[in-house]
Design a protein around this ligand. Sequence first.
Ligand code: SF4
Ligand code: FES
Length: 361
Amino acid sequence: MSAIPPPISMLAELTHRCPLACPYCSNPLELLKSDGELPTEVWAGIFRQAADLGVLQLHLSGGEPAARRDLADLVGAAREAGLYVNLITSGIGLTEARLDALEARGLDHVQLSLQGVSAAVADRIGGYAGGFDRKMAVAHSIARRGLPLTVNAVMHRHNLDQLPQAIALAAELGARRIEVACVQFYGWALKNRTALQPSRAQVAAAKVTVEAARDSYKGRMQIDFVPPDYYADYPKACMGGWGSTGLNIAPDGTVLPCHAAQTIPGLSFPKVTDLPLADIWYRSDAFMAFRGTDYLPDICQGCARRDRDFGGCRCQAMALAGDARAADPVCRHSPHRGLVDRLLAEADDRPLEATDFTYRR
Ligand code: SF4
Ligand code: FES
């Protein structure tokens, strides 16, 4: 294996607490309680270690990061460490005073989630009555301040038909970018896969919508599209390859190569309170487990795409094939692809109307 590069980005899950209860949340099914969360000064030390290690971009996430009363101090600490700071938020809990404080401490960018374009849809998906109106108030305040904004629209069976309106709303809010992210099946989303899986017709329509919108919003708003990977022929290069560009820190300081890594049995994940971040990144068994491509099966070893997709996603291989070393079952060459095709055929056969969610609580 060639020399290990330093990480470029770090996702800090400051808390698992969240006023919303989205059924597609990527948090683990076992949510951590607030008494297990790291205090401000420990996070500040982690940000300094991350910057020393080579991290450039910090994503503050959760749960809902605004559930942390010390959020502005954390932003300040990260900026002092020299990191570019992006806040990933539902907006709930961000008052004018708190936005003032975040701006004053140097917040670089806000990524605001969008559950739907109407209160009826958004509040049902988020499991929080009144959430949509509060989010819109925060969104308008962010726009007035001129804070760089990305709208993160997580799309699935119950809101994909609102995609044109979601793109229009993002533009109206002054977003520089919208990420149209079709739901990926990890954490709570995997538990809710039957309810969330879009139909083939919805996905085809979404691609047409995105292409048309890219033309009409050219030069005004960037439109990124994360397609639903079950419909692809080849898998995504998840995390740009295991342990190659980024890392996640859970609210209790557990360091993870990706948000779903704890679903892979047999790996143990060190805490940054026990070991320096650099040791964990460069030497821990968990980060070494799937670095490079040596462990991949023969179908990947002989494949021209091996160094492009690294065999896809380890957690998806685990979830679908029961083997984290297998080729991602999304791949047309995978012996497990039939499973994905069956799930898609079932999604097409089901009526589109409401299916019960298991809310993240
Ligand atoms: Fe990727 Fe392996 Fe499929 Fe090739 S065979 S496309 S390397 S998952
Ligand atoms: Fe873990 Fe893809 S989510 S490797």
